[in-house]
Design a protein around this ligand. Sequence first.
Ligand code: NAD
Length: 358
Amino acid sequence: MNLTRRDLARLTAAAAFSRFPRLGRSQDSGRTIGYCIVGLGRISMQHFMPGARLSQYSKVTALVSGHRDKAERMAAEYHVPAKSIYSYEQYDAIAQNKDIDAVYIALPNSMHAEYSIRGARAGKHVLCEKPMCTTVADAEAMIEASRRAGKKLMIAYRCQYEPLHQRAIRMIRDGTLGKVQAIESSFGFNIGSGEWRTTRKLGGGGPLMDVGIYCLNACRYLTGEEPAELKGYSSVTDHDGRFAEVEEHLSWTMKFPSGAVAACNTSYGVNMPGFFRVHGAKGMLHMEPAFNYDGVRLSVHLEDKPPIDTLSGDRDPAQFPPQADHLAECIFQNKEPKTPGEEGLRDMKLMTAIYRSC
Ligand code: NAD
């Protein structure tokens, strides 16, 4: 049988997905978590909702949107009844809808806090997109609202649910790479004009909040440490009106308690493929692309050993279904999510410190 590179990638993705730890059937037979999708934009329609459809324990049961026609189209595709389509004004009425267990917040960054808090007050668990919000005070208020409601709050750090990222973490924790010495990481793209992401009011900040956060979060989960010191520089090189309110480029460095150092870059002015390189005492671990939805690739170069090269899939079943099912598992088993509100709060505090340093 002749397998193309694409076939191989698909098979690897399917294998990776099937390796993802599943709940014991005995604990959950027939149970699913109903998600109410808040905001019908790119991430929800192109990734989260298809991911929920592929998942084992999650399904889309309600929609919140300002565009009734778009909501009706998506409702037809996901078999959501008309009674479970809400406008933003009707949002609080989700409290009365027993088909909704959790809300998935996929709105512009500065709206995350309000809709997460109202979701918790309506008695729903919350899965909120990154960045968790745009201020430390909002992050704390979100955690408090979910705590008071006795509901879960999980931040959608999808890479932490991706098998190759998990493998990279294991190779560091089990000593394969030796003591981590230094990390390099970047992620950026050339943004169009007129995007909400370039407004302070909705974006809360520039590329750091949007894509630099992947590098920041990766440095923390790869080292398993919290930065002890950091320094940042931001700049604008393209004075074409896009960066009147947020930074265009941002570079920052961090030093961890072990002595490991990290150098990171993010940008809205140039396409920077998302990657990280972890330099350890025994070799180097390189993931590129690291933060894409698909085609994630890990290569490991250990001294005196042949290089290991691992491909992930060319679609995204390795990230979104396990992420949606993780919250389901936490709800069924009353466990704390692996990426709870506190994880988002840590990044929020660090991004605030980076902006202050800039
Ligand atoms: P998007 O612009 O495609 O969608 C945003 C949605 O919010 C749209 O449905 C829009 O109609 C709605 N909305 C409601 N009020 C709005 C307002 N006042 N202004 C603008 N839009 C409004 O954005 P997106 O790319 O889907 O991003 C949404 C969130 O998801 C962001 O927080 C982003 O950081 C996050 N995100 C996460 C990932 C990931 O991989 N985890 C990827 C992309 C985006």
